[in-house]
Design a protein around this ligand. Structure first.
Ligand code: GLN
Length: 298
């Protein structure tokens, strides 16, 4: 990266990117240089390419202050996406905020599998434990691009998730329904019978084993919501609950698609088979780890 090689004048954009990158490297941040560049572009309100045409320009004091404040905050391992305020998921820009899980690149596998399994007609879809709304909203918008108009509902128990998912749906102009619910609770009538049925249920529930949470990187462990991560001592409690209730809420040929932890495939497969799901499929992520499981209810 040539900000390091060229001597830029003090307080020039080039010098400040190099300085910010070095501070982040020293703090143990992996993508330090890319992050410094993206933050600079953000506070300059320009894209990276045009930033590179201005590396020798002197930065104004106000922007220096905002940029350096962001760099210092990031040295605590406070998540980059919370500082920036957004991230991209399936090529769509999602607002990110504290108390709601940041959309992960790996979760795109789940959406792509859902798109593959979808029929050539509009269907009813539920994204359960939606968090930022990224799965359901991205699914909805990509299906629209393919010419299908689905009826997509997002649900979450968390008030913070519901409000962020609502904001993301509005910002991206996705016509989704959003329901606050503890799993299927709000989807039942007073007598307990299902109030609605779906053709596809998608979910990336909390699945980290409680004892493994302390081994996560500091960025996640200290700053992302436990509610979105902790899957109980064996990591499987949400799969158990969702799989046992899902058949009531699925139409014939209904599909259930999960993101899973890398060691959870066998257990989740068994739970799905016991509940009557067939055609169980497993997909790996780019690192070769099990990441997505789907099944069909005949
Ligand atoms: N993949 C997430 C992680 O960063 C976990 C998300 C979840 O529990 N659903 O560890």
């Amino acid at each position: 990266m040539f900000e390091d090689k060229i001597q830029f004048e003090e307080n020039s954009i080039g010098a400040l990117i190099a300085k910010g990158g070095k501070i982040l490297t020293d703090a143990g941040i992996e993508n330090s240089k890319a992050e410094a560049r993206i933050l600079m572009a953000e506070y300059r309100n320009e894209d990276i390419a045009s930033l590179y045409a201005h590396l020798s320009d002197r930065l104004d004091d106000f922007t220096i202050m905002r940029y350096m404040k962001a760099i210092r905050k990031r040295t605590t391992h406070y998540p980059f996406q919370y500082i920036l305020g957004y991230t991209y998921f399936m090529d769509l820009k999602f607002i990110c905020r504290e108390k709601v899980l940041i959309p992960r690149f790996d979760t795109e596998n789940l959406v792509m599998h859902a798109l593959e399994l979808s029929p050539a007609k509009g269907i009813k879809v539920l994204d359960m434990c939606t968090g930022s709304g990224c799965i359901g909203i991205a699914y909805n918008l990509w299906r629209e691009k393919e010419g299908y108009s689905d009826d997509v509902t997002l649900s979450d128990i968390s008030e913070n998730a519901i409000s962020l998912a609502t904001e993301n749906a509005a910002a991206l102009e996705a016509g989704v329904k959003i329901v606050q619910s503890d799993l299927f609770e709000a989807f039942r009538n007073a007598d307990g019978t299902p109030a609605v049925k779906f053709d596809m249920i998608l979910s990336n529930p909390p699945y980290i084993r409680t004892k493994d949470i302390n081994n996560l990187i500091k960025d996640i462990r200290d700053y992302e919501p436990r509610l979105a991560l902790d899957g109980s001592p064996d990591g499987l409690s949400f799969y158990r609950r969702i799989i046992s209730e899902a058949p009531e809420f699925l139409n014939e040929d209904g599909k259930l698609i999960f993101e899973i932890g890398s060691e959870e495939y066998m257990d989740v497969q068994d739970l799905m088979l016991d509940a009557g799901f067939r055609d169980i499929k497993r997909l790996k992520d780019m690192s070769g780890l099990d990441r997505v499981v789907s099944g069909v209810l005949y």
